[in-house]
Write a protein that binds this ligand. Structure first.
Ligand code: PLP
Ligand code: COI
Length: 346
């Protein structure tokens, strides 16, 4: 472990932060050997030294998470539903045969990293947050296709602003003819292979000036699954129903489940996890992408083949999307009351 030194002052324009790697001061590492995770510790070193035979490098045996720490108006620090990220990381670990990190160790590691990098948390009111990136990777000497002999659990932190430029601003998306995951594959696990599969479709979408690709269900290509880095939702024409795709090959988004709850209990909408057919978008007045990084990004329009479908507007945020955003973000920054257990103070 490297020991702490004095901290340099943070010189960032908090109001114009995007979503890019910034080397913050301390990160957490824990090693799994001989059947158990060690206690873990913080280090100043942002470079990993691992075996060239690591399964994470060759066979994609790894997974990751994403969650944020928010500076509240009273100066305190909020983590949003970290227990849900811990549970999802456990599910991802099970899917690719890695040892699970307990919820207790996961939240403790996040707390340590936030505390050690507290001066990197964007101030309240700037719209930024400290993004935490937990991960588990298979390491150690190996060459056959099998689970690794050793593992590393790490967490690092980066101050971030909007993932899609402009935050609560409509963006246009385009459907891809390629899939990010197979019908019974690893789509529901947050493993790197899904993201490797999304790099080319994502780049192709951006080449055509769309924010990202939208994936259709891999079996029939008739239903919307999700966006490359976020889940999808829509509001029906009568503004009465919040609908979001249900599929075993999409990532179970914590933001999406939070919005399902808020739409039902705070906006008194009907909520449905069901089919959103790509050729029936006329039935929806608004649509959005939701996730930790994306927060809520309104979808202006979707290009599918030769058809470009506009929802509410390509420039204006729809009224239901705005109410959902205010409710979600208000809870995350501590301005609105949170449902039981959603906010964990650091
Ligand atoms: N879908 C994908 C593919 C993602 O990468 C993410 C980001 O984590 C999400 C959905 C949203 O999940 P969450 O709301 O838990 O961040
Ligand atoms: C997140 O929202 O946490 C994500 O993981 C999305 C993307 C940065 C991969």
């Amino acid at each position: 472990m490297t020991t702490r030194t004095s901290r340099p002052p943070v010189d960032l324009d908090w109001n114009t932060l995007g979503f890019s790697y910034i080397r913050t001061d301390e990160r957490y590492l824990s090693h799994w050997r001989d059947g158990a995770w060690d206690q873990g510790s913080l280090t100043l070193d942002n470079v990993l030294h691992i075996s060239e035979g690591s399964t994470a490098l060759h066979y994609g045996q790894q997974c990751f998470e994403g969650l944020k720490a928010y500076r509240a108006a009273d100066g305190s620090i909020n983590l949003f539903r970290p227990d849900q990220n811990a549970a999802r990381m456990q599910a991802s670990c099970r899917r690719v045969l890695m040892p699970e990190v307990s919820t207790e160790q996961f939240i403790d590691a996040c707390r340590q990293v936030v505390q050690a990098n507290e001066h990197w948390i964007p101030p309240y009111g700037t719209g930024g947050a400290l993004y935490l990136r937990p991960y588990v990777i298979g390491v150690g000497d190996n060459i056959g296709v099998r689970a690794a002999p050793e593992y590393i659990f790490g967490v690092f932190a980066i101050p971030v602003g909007a993932y899609f430029k402009g935050g609560l601003t409509p963006h246009n998306f385009i459907t891809s003819g390629m899939d990010r995951a197979a019908p019974h594959g690893t789509g529901a696990a947050k493993v790197g292979g899904n993201y490797a599969a999304s790099l080319l479709p994502g780049a192709q979408a951006q080449d055509r000036h769309f924010a990202d690709a939208i994936y259709l269900d891999p079996a029939t290509h008739t239903r919307i699954e999700e966006v490359g880095a976020a889940n999808f939702f829509a509001i029906t024409r009568d503004s009465q129903t919040f609908i979001t795709p249900k599929s075993p090959s999409i990532l179970p988004s914590i933001t999406k489940y939070s919005l399902l709850h808020l739409a039902e209990h705070r906006l008194a909408l009907n909520v449905v996890e069901g089919d959103v057919f790509i050729d029936r978008l006329d039935g929806y007045a608004e649509a959005g992408a939701c996730g930790t990084a994306a927060v809520i990004t309104p979808i202006g329009g979707i290009q599918h083949g030769d058809t470009f479908h506009v929802f509410h507007s390509e420039t204006e945020v729809g009224p239901v999307t705005r109410r959902l955003y205010d409710e979600l973000v208000g809870i995350q920054y501590g301005d609105r009351p949170a449902p039981e257990g959603w906010i964990v103070k650091v």
